[in-house]
Design a binder for this molecule. Structure first.
Ligand code: ZN
Length: 136
């Protein structure tokens, strides 16, 4: 059961409403949903405080339900997860879904080095100063 830890401050609600208005400008729905979920969970934290991670008992600031779909097709649901446990599930699962109502954000495993190219076989272009020295 969540307890209210602080008095309600109007600027918290103002910040939330400003984020809602700003989120309308995002075209990419994953970014829009992520912004909305982060802002909503920050508002909930300021009003009610956080919770404990059900896996490792660490404090969780942004409490959002999490669904984990493993590679073998099994599914696990958590009321919230800490950042470390989300990253661990993300690394070992097919997809991790953070959701609240109709807004949901999918986190896929990170493939390190996916956007880099192997340049070991590419010869670098000659520097223009060195090229002038070589000619003259
Ligand atoms: Zn945890």
């Amino acid at each position: 059961m969540r307890e209210t830890t602080s008095k309600f401050r109007p600027e918290v609600l103002q910040e939330y409403l400003e984020t809602l208005a700003r989120a309308q400008s995002f075209q990419f729905s994953n970014a829009r949903h992520w912004t909305l979920l982060q802002c909503y969970s920050e508002l909930q934290f300021r009003l009610h405080g956080g919770q404990r991670c059900p896996v490792c008992n660490a404090h969780v600031r942004h409490v959002l339900p999490v669904i984990v779909e493993h590679n073998d097709g099994t599914r696990a649901e958590f009321p919230c997860l800490c950042t470390r446990c989300i990253e661990a599930e993300r690394a070992t699962s097919r997809v991790v879904i953070t959701h609240l109502g109709q807004a949901h954000v999918e986190h896929y495993p990170i493939v390190y080095g996916e956007k880099t190219t192997d340049r070991r076989s590419v010869t670098p272009p000659l520097d223009s100063k060195k090229a002038k020295k070589a000619k003259g």
